[in-house]
Design a protein around this ligand. Structure first.
Ligand code: ADP
Length: 223
């Protein structure tokens, strides 16, 4: 199963990707999470990308592609993946398609999670994340059971540095300019499915399963 979740920051890609990855038994590949891990560990890549991430700009394509290539060659990605936050530019999407084709593979589907921009700003400002397990919360819509602590492992929740209004606006601008063109790209490849993501998480999940389960059945021969 080879899936891409597409959509603006805050559309719910990270919230849905984990469940989809478990359901279809493939890894959840989040380039944002991978970059944040490099940042926390202070690796050479982590140092190179810090200024892009802090300002809400995209990391240059060559760095993204190199990191994703390494990830895709690991054993667990042989049966597929759920990509969240990648690809994010046309060159990334084109390079990704060529890379898959060179292995005789293709994407099974791309889901666009759609949310009005105004709602995204509120969602991201109120988003909190568990630094240990990556669980996502929303202070009003999906608060943790105990204020400030992760339900799953009790870690102190973080307010991401780039989840502040000024940087959120920058990220949404970057999305419009650099990532939104992927919608037409995947529509042309007849891979795109649209899901209204301005609804409760459970309804979105149900729609995703309805769309993707049949693709999973069909992808059987390339598993
Ligand atoms: P969100 O989807 O909420 O914006 P992510 O965690 O996916 O957040 O990404 C955070 C940041 O990581 C981005 O603003 C960008 O700087 C960097 N990043 C993640 N994925 C990519 C990518 N595919 N290409 C370029 N930059 C990326």
């Amino acid at each position: 199963m080879r899936l891409v979740l597409l959509g603006p920051p805050g559309a719910g890609k990270g919230t849905q990707a984990g469940g989809l990855a478990r359901r279809y038994e493939v890894p959840h590949i989040s380039t944002g999470d991978m970059f944040r891990e490099h940042g926390q560990l202070g690796t050479p890549l982590g140092l190179k990308i810090a200024r892009f991430m802090q300002s809400g700009q995209l990391v240059p394509d060559d760095l993204v592609l190199e990191m994703v290539e390494e990830r895709l060659t690991r054993e667990d990605a042989r049966r597929g993946f759920v990509c969240d936050g990648f690809p994010r530019t046309l060159p990334q999407a084109e390079s990704f398609a060529r890379r898959l084709a060179s292995h005789g593979l293709a994407l099974d589907g791309v889901v666009l999670l759609e949310v009005p921009f105004q709602a995204l700003i509120r969602r991201l400002c109120l988003r909190r994340v568990c630094p240990r397990c990556g669980a996502l919360y929303h202070l009003e819509d999906r608060p943790p059971r105990q204020a400030g602590l992760c339900d799953a492992d009790g870690s102190v929740l973080l307010h991401r540095e780039d989840d502040h209004e000024e940087i959120i606006r920058e990220r949404l601008e970057v999305y419009q300019q650099q990532t939104a063109p992927l919608v037409a790209f995947y529509e042309k490849a007849t891979l795109l499915f649209r899901v209204d993501s301005a609804r409760p998480v459970e309804n979105i999940r149900a729609d995703l399963y309805e769309i993707l389960d049949p693709l999973y059945e069909r992808s059987g021969d390339t598993r």
